[in-house]
Design a protein around this ligand. Structure first.
Ligand SMILES: Cc1cc2nc3c(=O)[nH]c(=O)nc-3n(C[C@H](O)[C@H](O)[C@H](O)COP(=O)(O)OP(=O)(O)OC[C@H]3O[C@@H](n4cnc5c(N)ncnc54)[C@H](O)[C@@H]3O)c2cc1C
Length: 457
């Protein structure tokens, strides 16, 4: 039998569910569907011809995929004044700020929505592809193609929910025009690999807009949050980044409405953070990502997680620009008073993402080491496997790996297709939380005497 993404990627649990393989498959043999863990994976509908393997060649997690260093160099190294840093990739300049119009509805400062609408209004592109609410309980968000700014405006916000690109890829191939696409780092890598194989895709994707990403969640994450927020059952809608003027930007809230009209709301510090930072419902492929700043995007947006900005509930963006024409659009936006944006040192921007850097550098080394030890199939990364990271960090990685796996299992065990048995799920997960916090206490009591010793030595 022929090897395809199902054998080599999905069956080894390293599929992120981007759907690029299904969108571009020359035979139309693949279709994206949710598996029992609420993650998108490709299913095979028709026989694949011998020696095709097209789907593997566009997969961002295929072991032979060209890495971001090489792809980034091809894209950006020839641009005048382009600089390079290993954790950032190529870049022209870094900025901080927000859009006056879209800040309120945006996940952070609304700069992404501002740029997407500006690209359409200034006729830089004909279509924008972004993620938008779908408001159907089995599929709350989808990638959609828009040709007007008002539809793009109503798609503001971050979707911490699985979305896949197979349908929009097919539409790009069918419909001539210039497209701008938003995507997480791995999705943009898949698109770049696909563009190298398909000239039409390459010609039509005119602008790529990256979002920094710490992890992608399965759709069970949203069911878990809505149950925690007392809006059980099937959902009509969900929003992940509600802003409250009395809170700092990083204490945002999740809110949703179920099909009976019941509304739920829960803040980051009331339980959202427990599931997010402990990697409950995180997809396994995310364990093997080494792209921090969406190195292949023409522009990358992220949250301004710096103390001088995160106190402000209204939100701020940090951004890295890699394209001269997008940089000029930013200058025009500043001049016309649409955005409040200024330069920021690249080191400050890097500092803002120290958590994601730790995940995709130090922790990744140890995750690669563990996967190797247990004989798991893993993609080849730019980071090398190693087990010489800090002892407490190793314990943390081990426990979070365990929680990631067990959250998937316990959810399925405690879910009847509509309702999650929340107390039982939490009771089972609590064990790992207690162990993790016990290790953190030990670490604290070892670290304090060490600090005192250092101070007086
Ligand atoms: C899964 C995920 C993880 C993230 N992790 C981090 C992180 O660790 N650190 C950090 O600083 N920032 C992270 N971000 C980015 C952050 O949440 C904001 O998206 C970013 O700061 C842009 O904010 P904004 O106000 O400019 O966006 P908005 O103006 O609200 O616009 C956001 C745009 O992104 C599109 N979009 C939303 N969700 C997705 C998606 N899943 N895939 C593709 N496009 C999408 C929307 O359609 C919209 O057009 C993450 C985003 C996602 C989706």
């Amino acid at each position: 039998m022929n090897t395809n993404v199902i054998d080599a990627i999905a069956n080894n649990d390293i599929c992120i569910g981007c759907g690029i393989c299904a969108g571009i498959c020359p035979q139309g043999a693949l279709i994206m569907k949710f598996n029992k863990y609420g993650e998108y994976v490709p299913y095979q509908e028709k026989e694949c011809p011998e020696k095709c393997g097209f789907c593997l060649n566009v997969c961002p997690f295929y072991e032979k995929a060209t890495n971001e260093n090489v792809l980034g160099e091809e894209l950006f190294s020839g641009i005048d004044n382009s600089k390079y840093l290993p954790d950032v990739g190529y870049y022209l300049e870094s900025y901080v700020g927000y859009s006056y119009r879209f800040r309120e509805s945006g996940a952070s400062g609304g700069m992404t929505t501002w740029l997407l609408t500006t690209l359409l209004e200034k006729n830089v592109v004909d279509y924008v592809i972004c993620v938008t609410p779908h408001n159907k309980s089995n599929k709350l968000f989808v990638f959609e193609i828009f040709d007007n700014a008002s539809s793009v405006s109503s798609s503001s916000g971050s979707a911490y929910y699985p979305v896949e690109m197979s349908k929009v890829i097919k539409k790009i191939l069918d419909e001539p025009g210039r497209y701008a696409v938003t995507g997480l780092p791995c999705f943009l890598k898949g698109l770049k690999l696909a563009s190298k194989k398909n000239r039409i895709l390459d010609e039509r994707i005119a602008v790529t807009i990256g979002l920094v990403c710490g992890q992608m969640k399965s759709k069970h994450y949203t069911t878990y949050l809505s149950t925690l927020a007392h809006a059980n059952g099937k959902l009509q809608n969900a929003y992940y980044r509600g802003k409250n003027p009395d809170n700092p930007a990083n204490n945002y809230y999740f809110h949703c409405t179920n099909e009976e009209g019941a509304k739920g709301k829960i803040y980051w510090d009331e339980g959202v953070s427990e599931a997010w930072v402990n990697r409950w419902f995180t997809q396994n492929a995310c364990n093997f990502c080494d792209d921090i700043f969406a190195e292949l995007a023409d522009i990358t947006f992220m949250d301004a997680w710096l103390k001088e900005y995160s106190y402000d509930s209204r939100g701020n963006n940090l951004l890295i620009v890699r394209s001269k024409s997008l940089q000029n659009l930013i200058f025009d936006g500043i001049k016309s008073g649409q955005i409040n944006v200024s330069e920021i040192l690249i080191n400050k921007l890097i500092e803002s993402q120290k958590g994601v850097i730790d995940l995709k550098r130090d922790q990744l080394q140890y995750r690669l080491y563990l996967s190797d030890k247990y004989g798991l199939k893993i993609p080849i990364k730019r980071v090398k496997a190693a087990n010489n990271i800090d002892f407490f960090k190793r314990k943390e990685v081990e426990l979070k790996n365990k929680m990631q796996i067990m959250s998937k299992k316990y959810f399925v065990d405690n879910f009847d297709g509509e309702y999650l048995h929340l107390s039982e799920f939490r009771r089972q997960m609590k064990l790992y939380i207690y162990i993790l916090y016990s290790w953190k206490l030990v670490q604290k009591y070892i670290a304090i005497p060490k600090q005192i010793r250092n101070k007086y030595s």
